[in-house]
Design a protein around this ligand. Structure first.
Ligand SMILES: *Cc1c(COP(=O)(O)O)cnc(C)c1O
Length: 393
């Protein structure tokens, strides 16, 4: 195998397999090995002075890092990628690469909550003002732009509550004002939403979720288009917040099967969502791939698929009945994060911290992550939970 001469001509599935690998340069071994290291040696004084070497010091990455950066940039249609130790760190690096003291930032009210904490805490302390906006604002974002609005953050669908944002409409208006458009694209991943084709300048992915895929790593990736690549890379280099070499290796391993796992998560997720929506206990399904979702048309227009994460609103139940449902589950784990092979459920309530919109779903909210178990077993687990819930009501 000599490797592809023009990877851009290959289909996405093939690029996931061949990206970031050069067996001929690694003694024939199929996978790029784990390079560990701080010091990188220079062969001569002249080379040291010239700083021409691709690798100069561990904080700027190793060949393992570079393999993942290149593969991810290729899949994302990006000018470049930086890789950091968590999804939240990716959000932080992306924002710091395009903001300075005195700037104004727009953030959707439905944003991943730790992003909000960062904006209201650290960013505020460094002189950046954040305004939260209705995620459904679309082109109306123009009314919120100020002369010092330098960045518009987006996330689609919204964390936990699944509001679907019109990213192209927001990007068009933001760009007219000269602002940078950022997107937390963790839910769809670049496989189901090509961020830079849709107008996003800086795209964030929590690699912790579907890239890792096994609930065993923490990682964040930021991709940039040509406009934002240089400031992103410079910000990353200045802060030295690279992920660890084992995690790069595990992410590269995850990349090979990511399309298979994501397609299966979509199928399994839709099967479970349909089953849940038909249950008498369920009041509303929040899944953008279903026509009942208010953002369905945007999803159909802009997205190529749906991952295995969605929410439901139950008809109101007591805390005791909810505990009876959750505590006896045998297959669904209760915990944060998602994108692994195992199913999860968490109750949530956005009403206490939203500021631009009101969250009042009229019932008890649950977020489901559907893994790779057999849906028959998953349905039986939830059905038994609903029986316990009824008995405790
Ligand atoms: C999990 C998540 C993150 C953060 O990823 P971590 O690696 O857990 O820090 C960011 N955005 C979204 C939408 C997430 O679900």
């Amino acid at each position: 195998m000599s490797g592809p001469t023009d990877p851009k001509r290959l289909s996405e599935r093939t690029r996931l397999v061949v990206g970031g690998r050069k067996p001929s340069e690694q003694f024939g071994f199929v996978n790029t090995p784990i390079y560990r290291g701080s010091t990188v040696l220079y062969p001569t004084y002249e080379e040291l002075q010239a700083r021409r070497q691709r690798f100069v010091y561990g904080t700027y990455g190793t060949p393992t890092t570079q393999a993942l950066e290149q593969a991810w940039s290729d899949i994302s249609g990006a000018a470049g990628t930086v890789i950091v130790p968590s999804g939240l760190a990716a959000i932080v690096v992306a924002l710091q690469s395009c903001l300075k003291a005195g700037d104004h930032l727009l953030v959707p009210d439905s944003v991943y909550r730790p992003t909000r904490n960062y904006c209201d805490g650290v960013l505020k302390r460094f002189g950046v003002e954040t305004t939260y906006y209705d995620p459904l604002v679309g082109a109306g974002i123009g009314d919120l732009m100020r002369p010092n609005t330098t960045a518009v953050f987006t996330e689609a669908p919204g964390s936990q509550s699944f509001e679907m944002q019109d990213i192209p409409a927001i990007a068009e208006v933001a760009h007219k004002h000269g602002a940078v458009v950022l997107m937390d694209n963790t839910w769809a991943t670049p496989l189901y939403f090509p961020p830079h084709e849709r107008g996003v300048d800086l795209a964030i992915e929590a690699g912790t979720k579907y890239l890792g895929g096994h609930s065993d790593i923490l990682m964040g990736l930021v991709t940039a288009n040509e406009r934002c690549w240089k400031p992103l890379r410079q910000t990353f280099d200045a802060m030295a917040i690279g992920a660890g070499p084992e995690d790069h290796f595990l992410a590269l391993r995850g990349l090979r099967t990511m399309k298979l796992r994501l397609d299966e998560a979509q199928r399994q997720g839709m099967a479970m969502a349909e089953w849940l929506a038909a249950r008498p206990e369920v009041k509303t399904l929040l899944h953008p791939a279903f026509p009942s979702h208010p953002g369905h048309n945007i999803w159909k227009r802009d997205f190529k698929g749906a991952s295995g994460l969605f929410s439901v609103i139950l008809h109101p139940v007591s805390q005791k009945a909810l505990a009876a449902f959750l505590d006896g589950l045998e297959l669904f784990g209760m915990g944060y994060s998602w994108g692994g092979y195992e199913s999860l459920v968490v109750p949530f309530d956005c009403s206490t911290y939203r500021t631009a919109t009101t969250w009042n779903p009229g019932g008890t909210a649950l977020r489901f992550q559907i893994g790779l178990e057999d849906v028959v077993d998953l349905q039986a687990d939830l059905a038994a939970g609903f029986e316990r819930m009824k008995a405790a009501s």
